[in-house]
Write a new protein. Structure first.
Length: 304
């Protein structure tokens, strides 16, 4: 299970530490955040105690309306569950009672000047990526016309060289050799690099090149949603399927199905051009268009 320390979160969002400074090494394991509401009146049946607790104006203003005894009682009921941390949004003041309990229980109390709705969106997006299940696969990840593609194949088949051709045509490298795949949802895979190989492309007979230095910042991006899995294989005679529309195939990564295409290599074949065509064709299918269906309709109209 992936974890994230409170200290890392505070650094990422420039959060002010109000209490629990000695417990910043506590870890976050859940990507969803929680805003306590019913818990302030004693209902804890569905309390998400392992989630970050965010207190916006609604929650803080309610606490301000309570008497000191009521406030201490309600807050005491929540802190005894020891959530990872509390984050107060919108730079709200008057938090002595929260500081008191968080220091006593060793729970970090943080504050941001950002408004609640904006902060929640940024925080949950960040946590979803940082805590997402991930695997590393051998291949190359590129973004072709805004479409994320994972290029796979045996070592030496020409994945990096093909990626180089695509970059020269204005597309972008994401990762070479070691591609990190993160599962953001049951339908969404994010492709990224491992940090060490960022911007580097390994070309046989040439060595390592930095694509950003060679072709500018537009030649590289940190991550992309994976839409196609393309496998580069050696040419096999009489093995290509030339039907009007191939039966859809998929490759599964961590339970996520990704459309799969095999492209066979042969001297003179414009592999980069075929990958561009595959990406554009995938996009058209997402818009509801099929060239094979249109062709069949034309044939049918001629015989009517």
């Amino acid at each position: 299970m992936k974890t994230l320390e409170i200290r890392q979160l505070a650094d990422r969002f420039s959060l002010e530490v109000l209490a629990g400074e000695t417990q910043m090494q506590r870890v976050i394991t859940k990507s969803r955040v929680y805003r306590p509401g019913l818990e302030f009146v004693g209902y804890f049946d569905f309390f998400s105690q392992e989630n970050i607790q965010v207190l916006g104006k609604k929650e803080i203003n309610y606490l301000h309306t309570l008497t000191e005894d009521e406030r201490n009682h309600h807050i005491g009921n929540i802190v005894k569950y020891h959530p990872p941390c509390f984050i107060v949004t919108s730079g709200q003041e008057g938090l002595k009672y929260l500081k008191k309990y968080c220091n006593e229980e060793g729970i970090p109390l943080l504050r941001t000047q950002t408004k609640t709705s904006e902060f929640l969106g940024r925080l949950e997006g960040f946590l979803a990526k940082e805590l997402a299940p991930e695997i590393t696969v051998h291949g190359v990840c590129v973004n072709v016309s805004g479409i994320g593609i994972l290029l796979r194949g045996k070592s030496g088949v020409g994945k990096s060289e093909t990626a180089h051709t695509l970059i020269r045509r204005g597309h972008r490298l994401v990762a070479d050799d070691a591609v990190v795949l993160k599962k953001l949802s049951p339908q969404t895979l994010l492709g990224s690099h491992d940090g060490r190989t960022k911007e580097f492309l390994a070309l046989r007979s040439i060595g390592l090149v930095n694509v950003s230095r060679l072709y500018g910042r537009k030649a590289f991006q940190d991550e992309t949603r994976i839409s196609l899995d393309i496998e580069l294989t050696q040419w096999q005679n009489n093995d290509l399927n030339n039907e009007l529309e191939l039966e859809p195939k998929f490759t599964q990564y961590m339970g996520v199905n990704v459309p799969h295409i095999e492209i066979q290599l042969q001297p003179g074949r414009d592999v980069a051009g075929l990958i561009e065509a595959a990406a554009n064709n995938w996009y058209l299918r997402q818009q509801g268009y099929s060239a094979a269906e249109e062709f069949m309709k034309r044939l049918e109209s001629e015989f009517q």
